[in-house]
Design a protein around this ligand. Structure first.
Ligand SMILES: C[S@@+](CC[C@H](N)C(=O)[O-])C[C@H]1O[C@@H](n2cnc3c(N)ncnc32)[C@H](O)[C@@H]1O
Length: 268
């Protein structure tokens, strides 16, 4: 099961705090135009798909693709969804290219969930038309660290068990130069990386929402109900002990152009 399925309603509640501002940064860079055909990969509840759909208007088409049954269902029923935004329950790493390809392929904070990040991104790039743009966002180094560290310590204190910090493939590309070089290696041209600083003032309740509305939720769900309550109390206590009142949630957005396909050898 997709870990984001269980997050469902909490993921949507978290959107105004976290997913909407980080997605706005992506869409600002992607800047889809009226009539564009857009793929929104890893769409969640539509934080980047909805503003992109507004930008392309009724002459465009936006395919929003995610593997979470719960999140795709929420997006499908959001009253703001225009008819030209089409939600699909599908693994985007096997999504089929429409004839001619997409003008814009965008993906907010999703590529590091692909089983093999480089292969998944190669597939996203293959879905754009020659001359089309691929725009991806990732966390910048240090983002959400305050929440993760406090949660892991609280988990250790509550259960007496050590849990490893999850390995993320973005550790190798979570700074501007590394992300730029990596994107050039993927075959994109005109690569530009922009940084988007975001610092969220949070109380213990909002910090907990970041836990249960994101990929961290899996750790909470691994405990029985009473254990979850104890973890939540220990987490609030840990935030207080560390004096955490602000959480860094900064992202980087990389934008690149898909080069024209090379012509095959001339037979003449
Ligand atoms: C951190 S959330 C970001 C969601 C959304 N882009 C946003 O910023 O609000 C990551 C999303 O990627 C989705 N996801 C992970 N792997 C996927 C895949 N192979 N194909 C489609 N969606 C995927 C998850 O279900 C989840 O909704």
């Amino acid at each position: 099961m997709n870990p984001f399925d269980a997050a469902g309603a909490d993921f949507l509640r978290l959107a105004p705090l976290l997913w909407d501002p980080t997605s706005a940064a992506l869409v600002e860079v992607a800047a889809p135009e009226p009539g564009d055909r857009v793929l929104d990969a890893c769409c969640g509840v539509g934080s980047s798909a909805l503003p992109a759909a507004v930008a392309i208007g009724p002459d465009g088409r936006l395919d929003a693709v995610d593997t979470s049954v719960a999140l795709v269902d929420i997006l499908r029923h959001r009253p703001e969804r225009p008819p030209w935004l089409h939600p699909h329950l599908h693994d985007v790493t096997t999504w089929r290219r429409p004839s001619g390809g997409y003008d814009v392929v965008q993906c907010a904070l999703g590529i590091f969930f692909f089983p093999v990040m480089a292969d998944g991104v190669a597939h996203l790039i293959s879905l754009a038309r020659p001359g089309g743009r691929v725009v991806l966002s990732v966390w910048r180094r240090g983002s959400l660290v305050e929440v993760g560290e406090a949660l892991l310590t609280a988990y250790r204190r509550t259960t007496g068990t050590d849990v490893d910090r999850p390995h993320s493939p973005i550790a190798a590309i979570d700074e501007v130069d590394a992300l730029r070089a990596w994107s050039v290696d993927r075959g994109l041209s005109d690569v530009i990386v922009t940084e988007h600083s975001l610092h969220l003032d949070v109380d213990a309740e909002q910090a907990w929402l970041i836990v249960v509305g994101s990929g961290w939720r899996g750790l909470v769900e691994s405990l029985p109900a009473a254990g979850r309550q104890r973890l939540r109390a220990a987490f609030a206590d840990e935030l207080g002990r560390r004096g955490v009142q602000t959480v860094q949630a900064s992202t980087m957005v990389v934008s690149g152009t898909v080069p024209p396909r090379r012509a095959g050898p001339s037979l003449g």
